[in-house]
Design a protein around this ligand. Structure first.
Ligand code: PA5
Length: 449
């Protein structure tokens, strides 16, 4: 099937004034043009706009070649990264775990993740799982200096060298980083590692369609050409459709209008667990892009129907500060339900209905209930579980996020706030050069003891 991502905003905007909506669309159209013309804030980081059409075949060929080598030599590949250097790859791998191209390939390596926390327990479990495994590492860090990733990579690389020796360990590491700068680039240069460059004009959370996502996807035998094609098709729709019928623009407008009407939390809800990590990726994209200058919508996510039994009560009747965006995708497989008319479990009325049909009715029932509870509900439909649709969804959200950021009057491509915790952490860890901050922090902490 495939095709562009579809928006239904009728269950959200029915309480808003038509003139307000028209004004919002006019404003969003201006911001979209600013983005396309690369004249908005942070335009030096808008290289992602053209990735689906500008990524040379030679780069895709090389990604597929390196992926094939890693598949051949490994039963496990550890992808080491955090934030934008992690979430997109994980989102795509979990979403596409059941697609035919993957299922048809024999003996794919397990893909595990590291470097996305400083948890000893998590790393210990990973090292335990790697015992006796022929593993390789893909380390991803644009800056090349992120502590979580650098520390995990150091430990995993040490283990790789201990197990396979320096020479073979080298052949089992691929580094994805800046083409020139950063500790990871210098290390890769010194060690002669296989590397991929991260384009300078693409920020971490917009990088899933670079080798950051494409290499892990190719290792999993996913069709990355089809993914880029889906993104390219969505690019034509998102950047080129008239604003009156442009769902990407309308999603950005709906969010903005709901925000100005007092809704400052967006709950991205899905009814298929394969979308769980798409939600995690989406939270970073919108949270890190919009949350600046005291503005932005707080992005939260939930997995229904599971979370209807935990968060559902709050959504229905709690503080009325949130709106919901339901991200829907048809289940790639279905489970029929057969039940005799005299079955003692009382489920005979469901005989002949499939689980997907039940999930569908649960979704519609939730939509009606939450709307009745005063919660505006946007609905986004991903046409199917396929590489093409994943590429399209990534592109759709990236453009909507950029337009939304511009409508808020902020730069959606930087993340100055993330640096604050790092400064404190490095000072506490006595990183050379942080002595002044460390003295200040210790005197502040002393007042609390
Ligand atoms: O979107 C971003 O820029 C961040 O989330 C980064 O991706 C994250 O902090 C990891 O940075 P790096 O790739 O430099 O290790």
């Amino acid at each position: 099937m495939s095709g562009p991502i579809r928006l239904d905003d009728t269950w959200a905007l029915d309480r808003l004034d038509a003139k307000q909506i028209d004004r919002g669309i006019t404003e969003a159209a201006l911001q979209l043009q600013l983005l396309i013309d690369r004249k908005g804030a942070g335009s030096e980081y808008t290289g992602w706009l053209n990735l689906p059409v500008d990524t040379p075949d030679s780069v895709v060929d090389r990604i597929e070649h390196v992926a094939a080598v890693l598949r051949e030599q490994s039963d496990t590949v550890v992808v080491c990264g955090i934030g934008g250097s992690y979430l997109g790859a994980r989102a795509g791998l979990e979403f596409l775990a059941g697609v035919p191209s993957r299922l048809q390939t024999d003996s794919l390596p397990d893909i595990l993740f590291a470097g996305n926390s400083l948890s000893s327990w998590q790393l210990r479990k990973l090292l335990h799982r790697l015992e006796g495994r022929r593993f390789s590492i893909v380390v991803i860090s644009k800056s090349g200096t992120t502590l979580e990733t650098a520390v995990a990579f150091h430990i995993l690389r040490t283990e790789l060298i201990r197990r396979f020796g320096t020479g073979e360990a080298r052949a089992r590491i691929v580094a994805i980083t800046d083409s020139e700068y950063g500790t990871l680039r210098s290390l890769a240069r010194d060690e002669g590692l296989v590397t991929f460059d991260l384009p300078r004009d693409v920020g971490g959370r917009y990088s899933v369609l670079t080798p950051v996502g494409l290499l892990p996807f190719a290792i999993a035998s996913l069709d990355i050409r089809s993914m880029l094609q889906g993104a390219a098709e969505q690019r034509t729709t998102s950047l080129g459709s008239p604003v009156a019928t442009n769902d990407t623009v309308h999603y950005a407008v709906a969010r903005r209008l709901l925000n100005t009407s007092g809704k400052n939390i967006e709950l991205l809800a899905c009814f298929e667990p394969c979308l769980h990590f798409v939600g995690e990726w989406w939270k970073q994209l919108f949270g890190e892009s919009e949350g600046k200058g005291g503005k932005g919508i707080f992005p939260a996510s939930a997995e229904f129907t599971t979370d209807l039994h935990s968060l559902g009560q709050f959504v229905q009747e709690g503080t009325p500060t949130l709106f919901e965006t339901v991200l829907d995708v048809p289940a790639p497989v279905d489970v029929p339900f057969v039940c005799d008319s005299d079955s003692s479990d009382g489920l005979a009325y469901l005989n002949g209905r499939s689980l997907s049909a039940m999930n569908h009715d649960a979704r519609i029932g939730t939509l009606l209930a939450h709307h009745d509870g005063g919660v505006p509900v946007l609905q986004l439909t991903v046409p199917d579980v396929s590489e093409r649709s994943f590429g399209a969804a990534v592109y759709f959200f990236e453009v909507a996020c950029a337009i939304g950021g511009y409508m808020l009057g902020i730069n959606p491509f930087d993340q100055p706030g993330v640096e604050a915790y790092k400064r404190n952490m490095f000072a506490l860890l006595a990183k050379p050069g942080t002595e002044v901050e460390a003295a200040d922090i210790h005197s502040r902490l002393a007042k609390h003891n």
